[in-house]
Design a binder for this molecule. Structure first.
Ligand code: FMN
Length: 408
């Protein structure tokens, strides 16, 4: 990562993770960037401006109205100067201020005056982070084009355990680099991604499903979008917000997912089937709620439509990526699936391994392509894995014979 010639403003707000921003500034400097640090008054209580001044080799700005009068309008010249603003850590308070359009200190005023990319690395207690108001602010700002680096799960400084720990400096620096140097190798391509689970109703209140949250599919959609593709994201039930800029289709059952995929398929170049649709559905769906009985209940299930197989049969020149969850004979089973479903690439993972599978932020995957190349990857965040999957996909290109195109 070469940051030579890049000008970055690092905004530091009042959270414990402020100590990590010193490492971030150091890393930017080491890689050739020019860095200006702006701190909120509370940010300056957590780490001294002197530390940041020494690391950035630039004066640190904490005041909107400095005692020593300066010529010119400082917040405007700073906003004109920078290529990117990184706010790390970003407090709940600061995120709320930006969403409200407030400009009551130097950092918020520069952020509001800025016309290029602003990246937030939120850091806070899990209850703060999960608060609907905070989540709503993040969602709204994402829709306006602000970028967020998801915090990690772990021990928090307050003693709680959960989501809210600021992403590690290395990951933040990498994300900023990607934002400053967007790869556009999917420009002009139409990518369709399916994500999350499907739910098959049993009666008026119950359903059959699985624990897939949609994280992997949403990461794939975000990656494709950042690489210049036009993206349609078809998702079953999920708590995640779609990345801004994707065309979002919400579905519930496997059949609805199939219909939506079939429709999007027509104009697609690449299809990434990252969803975990339910393979079975109750044969009979009761309109009322089935009464609880002493003798229990027997359900007869029917197979649902095999989305991957149907799309595989008709894919023509399109590139089709599938996911395989295997717990035994992993590589052999995945290879079999790759062939039987006419895939170009299969992403194999075993949810029984620590740090892999449903609901986790990370995954451990093996990529197997139709040319027989097997790439074993180590444990990594789903966002990073999404990048590696598209990297691998780009190496496959248009080699090999493909079946003629039909309609699924
Ligand atoms: C010891 C301590 C740690 C704090 N850590 C955080 C934090 O990690 N994230 C957060 O959003 N607020 C945290 N706060 C609360 C913020 O400092 C507070 O909301 C403040 O108003 C933020 O100001 P700023 O956004 O202008 O920097 C902490 C407060 C204290 C006293």
């Amino acid at each position: 990562m070469d940051f030579s010639g890049k000008k970055i403003i690092v905004g530091v707000t009042g959270g414990i993770a402020a100590y990590k921003s010193a490492e971030i500034v150091r890393s930017f400097k080491k890689r050739g960037a020019e860095v200006r640090v702006l701190m909120t008054a509370n940010g300056a209580k957590f780490i001294t401006p002197l530390t940041m001044e020494t690391l950035s080799e630039n004066e640190v700005i904490t005041e909107m109205f400095p005692e020593k009068r300066m010529v010119g309008i400082r917040h405007i010249s700073l906003a004109d100067w920078a290529d990117l603003i990184l706010v790390a850590p970003a407090t709940a308070n600061f995120i709320a201020k930006v969403r409200a359009g407030l400009a009551d200190d130097i950092l918020s005023t520069v952020v509001i005056s800025f016309t290029r990319k602003v990246v937030f690395a939120p850091a806070m207690n899990v209850h703060m982070y999960e608060n609907s108001i905070v989540q709503d602010n993040i969602r709204e700002l994402s829709e306006f084009g602000y970028e967020f680096i998801e915090p990690g799960v772990g021990d928090l400084a307050c003693g709680d355990l959960g989501k809210g720990r600021m992403a590690e400096p290395e990951e933040i620096v990498e994300r900023v680099w990607k934002t400053l140097n967007p790869r556009q190798d999917l420009k002009g391509k139409k990518v369709v991604v399916t994500a999350s689970r499907t739910e098959e109703p049993i009666d008026a209140v119950r359903f059959l499903s699985n624990p897939s949250t949609g994280k992997m599919g949403f990461s794939m959609a975000a990656e494709a979008l950042s690489r210049g593709a036009k993206v349609t994201l078809i998702s079953g039930p999920t708590d995640l917000s779609p990345p801004s800029g994707v065309s979002f289709v919400r579905v519930k059952t496997t059949n609805e997912m199939f219909e939506a995929s079939r429709k999007a398929f027509k104009s697609a170049d690449i299809l990434v089937m990252a969803a975990a649709p339910s393979d079975f559905a109750p044969k009979v769906v009761r309109k009322d709620k089935i009464k609880k009985t002493e003798e229990g209940l027997q359900l007869t299930l029917r197979p649902t439509v095999d989305i991957l197989k149907e799309l595989g049969k008709a894919k023509g020149k399109r590139i089709l990526v599938g996911f395989a969850v295997e717990t035994d004979n992993e590589v052999a089973n995945a290879k079999k699936k790759l062939k039987s479903k006419n895939l170009d690439l299969i992403v194999l993972n075993n949810p029984l391994r620590a740090g892999a599978g449903f609901g986790t932020d990370t995954n451990i995957a093996t990529l197997i392509d139709r040319g027989g190349k097997v790439e074993k990857l180590s444990k990594m965040k789903k966002g990073e894995l999404a990048g590696r999957i598209f990297d691998h996909l780009m190496t496959i290109g248009r080699k090999g014979k493909r079946r003629p195109e039909t309609q699924p």
